[in-house]
Design a protein around this ligand. Structure first.
Ligand code: NAD
Ligand code: TYD
Length: 353
């Protein structure tokens, strides 16, 4: 097991990043954790109030696109580990603004790789660059089959194209310079702190407010959902025990058609909110499909299960009920993130098209 002491986590104020930061700060008190985040619309320090005063935790506000700043940060903190999550992460936003995705997801990743290569020179055996990626790089499946680590990349959206590019750079630095890297590609996450632009938290928010629940196209698209803490566990395992130069697919073995998922969520919400059954489902509204909408994602996670002993811990119904409970008892969080810029985004995405 690797024993790294000065760990940089990028994007730690975001959805998945905040769960990873919390896990590392609490489980590795002997390691210093620096959370670097630009605090875009998706970054929120309210996600981390429970650990913000821990002695092994430091927050730094900054942009991974600024190469000189990243270089100075490595110089100052002498990182021996990086867990790279910072990214623009929403497919719909990538359709409106692909350049921002190329900047953060590609150039930002290259800046981090360059800093690691420079500052770790001569000490590669005691360092690790861990890259967090997505199953969307593999493209879209038909009715059958699963993505394995050998599935050829075939990204279809500007988001997945930028993540695919970053993955290729990470592997290129391994093969060309010998940089110690490990990478994982995970399916759709859900759980607390998920920004309500993505399907599940957006639907929870709208059902709570009795607003239309937008389902793209006919709702036939399939995603493989994993509870966010199970992803954080997978990252922890692969960061400490993953084989250099290897990638690990992580997924929930939990495929749902969007429309079936939304019906399940509606039933849970009716019960939790003591509304007559069918109230939430009456809000379902089919809207114009996403451009280039990938039909189906599904992950074969047998490699990380067999080699690192990882497995998902929660059945979906339980994870979804836990998630709904979190949103209903964290009204302030939800109100804060759905004010201001969110209103403009929501109008442009759902009301003015
Ligand atoms: P998120 O959008 O919730 O969080 C991204 C974080 O990165 C935010 O805190 C944001 O402020 C920060 N950030 C953005 N641009 C930055 C920049 N230029 N410099 C520094 N910080 C910046 O995303 P997420 O859903 O938590 O995803 C985290 C990572 O996991 C991403 O790399 C994403 O591709 C990957 N991933 C996500 C999922 C998913 O279902 N959400 C699944 C698989 C992989
Ligand atoms: P999303 O949460 O954006 O994740 P991704 O596109 O990365 O898989 O979307 C999940 C699925 O839900 C996807 O098939 C698109 C669909 N969707 C809707 O039907 N309505 C919505 O309002 C959103 C945001 C997504």
């Amino acid at each position: 097991m690797r024993n790294l002491k000065n760990i940089l986590i990028t994007g730690g104020a975001g959805f998945i990043g905040s769960h990873v930061v919390r896990r590392f700060v609490n489980n590795y008190p002997g390691s210093k954790i620096v959370n670097l985040d630009k605090l875009t619309y998706a970054g929120n320090l309210e996600n981390l109030t429970d650990i913000e005063n821990k002695p092994n935790y430091t927050f730094v506000k900054g942009d991974i696109v600024d190469g000189a700043f990243i270089d100075q940060l490595f110089e100052k903190h002498k990182f021996d580990g990086v867990i790279h999550l910072a990214a623009e992460s929403h497919v719909d936003r990538s359709i409106s603004n692909p350049t921002e995705f190329a900047m953060t997801n590609v150039i930002g990743t290259i800046n981090l790789l360059n800093a690691a290569k420079k500052h770790w020179a001569g000490n590669y055996e005691n360092c690790l660059f861990y890259h967090v990626s997505t199953d969307e790089v593999y493209g879209s499946l038909g009715e059958e089959g699963l993505f394995t680590e050998y599935t050829p990349y075939d990204p279809r959206s500007p988001y997945s194209a930028s993540k695919a590019s970053s993955d290729h750079f990470v592997m290129a630095y391994f093969h060309t310079y010998g940089l110690p890297v490990v990478m994982s590609n995970c399916s759709n996450n859900y759980g607390p702190n998920h920004f309500p632009e993505k399907l599940i938290p957006l639907a929870i928010h709208n059902i709570k407010e009795m607003k239309p629940v937008p389902v793209y196209g006919k709702g036939e698209n399939v995603r493989d959902w994993l509870y966010v803490e199970d992803h954080a566990t997978a990252i922890d395992l692969a960061f400490h025990n993953g084989v250099l130069g290897e990638k690990y697919n992580v997924g929930g073995n939990n495929e749902w058609k969007n429309i079936e998922l939304i019906h399940l969520l509606c039933d849970i919400m009716d019960k939790k909110l003591n509304r007559p059954m069918g109230t939430s489902a009456s809000l379902i509204t089919f809207v114009k499909d996403r451009a280039g909408h990938d039909l189906r994602y599904a992950i074969d996670s047998s490699k990380i299960q067999a080699e690192l002993g990882w497995k998902p811990s929660l059945v979906f119904e339980r994870g979804l009920a836990k998630t709904v409970d979190w949103y209903l008892s964290n009204e302030k969080w939800l109100n804060d993130v759905t004010s201001g810029e969110y209103q403009k985004y929501y109008k442009g995405q759902y009301e003015e098209r």
